[in-house]
Design a protein around this ligand. Structure first.
Ligand code: SF4
Length: 331
C-alpha cells in the first residue's frame, strides 16, 4: 500500500514529495514498515533462506589475554545457542539446523552463520578449511561471519574477498556502541576508533557489512542511545542487528546487576524506543533483527515474557498506529 502510494506519486510527477516523505523501502512487506533481511534474501535467492548458527571452535582475544581476560561483561556464548544446537562437527550442526529450519520456516536454502566468539581470530588456514567444508553442502548458499572490528587484518579480508567471489558473504561486526564510555563499561577492549578504521578499510572490499549494536546501556541517556542512529547512518554498513541490553546468567554483568541493579528497558519502553529508532535509520539499511529474547533459562533481566512472533506483531502494530516508517525522521 505504502509502496503503491509512493509509486503513484512518482508516476504522477510528485517526485519530490515521493522521495522526501516516502522513502523507498524495497524489503518492507507484509506489515513490516522497515526493510527486513528475510525479504532481501528471498529476492536474492528466489526461495526462503534461513541462517544456521554454528559453533566453529574459535575463541576470542577478549578472553585469551590478547586484549583482555574476562570477556565482555554481557557475554555468555551459551545464550546465543539456537534450539537446534548440537555439539559435533560443522556438518552435524548444519544437518540439525536444516531439519529444524525446514520444518519451522519452510526454508529451502541456508546461510551458515559463524556466530559465537570471534571467527576471524585464529589460524587463517583453519578458517579457510571451515568455510570450504560448509560450502560443499549444495543447500548452503552463503556464509555469515561474525567478528570484532579489531580482528580484520589484510590476510583475513583477502580470504573473505576470495570467498565472496564464489558465494554470498555477510560480515558481521560487533560494534555494540558508538560511545567509547559504553565500550569501556562493557569491557569490549576495543574502541569506536577501531570500528571506524575497520569500516574505512572495508569500503575497499565488496562485502555486505552488518553492525551489531546493543541498545540501552546504563552509561547512556535515552537521548544518547537514540542519537546512535546518526552515527550509524553515516557509516559504511548495509545491515543492522539491534537488541536491547540483557543480563544473562553466568556473565560478569549478572554479578554487577546483582550488587547494583540499574534500569533496563521495560517491554513498553523498548517498543516506544525501537519504533522511533527505526524511523531515524536511513532507508538503504536492512534490519537483520530489531530485538532479541534470550531463552528464559539464561535470562535474568529484563524478563518480558513475550514470544518472538508477539514482539514482531507489536512492533508492526505500533508503527502502523503511529504511522511510522523507516527513514522518515532522520536527524
Ligand atoms: S562478546 Fe565476543 S568479543 Fe566479547 S567476550 Fe564474548 S566472544 Fe569475546
Amino acid at each position: 500500500m505504502f509502496q503503491e502510494l509512493r509509486y503513484r506519486l512518482l508516476a504522477t510527477g510528485y517526485r519530490l514529495l515521493a522521495t522526501k516523505m516516502m522513502p523507498n523501502l524495497p524489503f518492507a512487506r507484509n506489515g513490516f514498515r522497515y526493510n527486513q533481511y528475510k525479504y532481501y534474501l528471498e529476492d536474492k535467492f528466489g526461495v526462503r533462506v534461513q541462517r544456521i548458527s554454528v559453533e566453529t571452535g574459535f575463541t576470542c582475544p577478549n578472553r585469551d589475554g590478547k586484549k583482555g581476560t574476562g570477556g565482555c561483561i554481557y557475554c555468555n556464548n551459551q545464550s546465543f545457542m539456537p534450539p537446534y544446537a548440537v555439539s559435533g562437527t560443522l556438518q552435524s550442526q548444519i544437518e540439525s539446523g536444516k531439519i529444524y529450519l525446514k520444518e519451522r520456516f519452510g526454508a529451502e536454502k541456508f546461510i551458515v552463520y559463524f556466530q559465537s566468539y570471534t571467527n576471524t581470530y585464529g589460524r587463517l588456514s583453519v578458517l579457510e578449511k571451515k568455510i570450504q567444508s560448509v560450502l560443499k553442502d549444495p543447500d548452503v548458499v552463503g556464509i555469515s561471519v561474525s567478528t570484532r572490528p579489531d580482528c580484520l587484518d589484510t590476510d583475513v579480508l583477502n580470504l573473505l574477498w576470495d570467498v565472496s567471489n564464489h558465494t554470498y558473504l555477510n560480515l558481521e561486526i560487533g560494534v555494540e556502541s558508538v560511545y567509547e564510555k559504553t565500550l569501556h563499561w562493557m569491557n569490549r577492549c576495543h574502541t569506536v576508533k577501531d570500528t571506524e578504521k575497520a569500516l574505512e578499510t572495508l569500503a575497499g572490499y565488496p562485502f555486505d557489512i552488518t553492525a551489531h549494536i546493543i541498545l540501552g546501556s546504563p552509561t547512556e541517556t535515552l537521548k544518547e542511545t537514540m542519537g546512535m542512529s546518526q552515527v550509524l547512518n553515516s557509516w559504511n554498513i548495509r545491515f543492522l542487528k539491534l537488541h536491547h541490553l540483557q543480563v544473562i546468567r553466568g556473565s560478569e554483568l549478572a554479578k554487577i546487576f546483582k550488587e547494583n541493579s540499574f534500569h533496563l528497558f521495560t517491554y513498553k519502553e523498548y517498543l516506544d524506543f525501537i519504533t522511533e529508532f527505526i524511523t531515524q535509520i536511513k532507508p538503504e539499511i536492512i534490519f537483520q533483527r530489531v530485538f532479541s529474547e534470550s531463552p528464559g533459562s539464561h535470562l535474568i533481566a529484563p524478563v518480558w515474557g513475550k514470544r518472538t512472533t508477539e514482539i514482531v506483531m507489536d512492533i508492526q502494530k505500533q508503527m502502523k498506529l503511529k504511522n511510522l516508517w523507516q527513514g522518515t525522521q532522520i536527524q
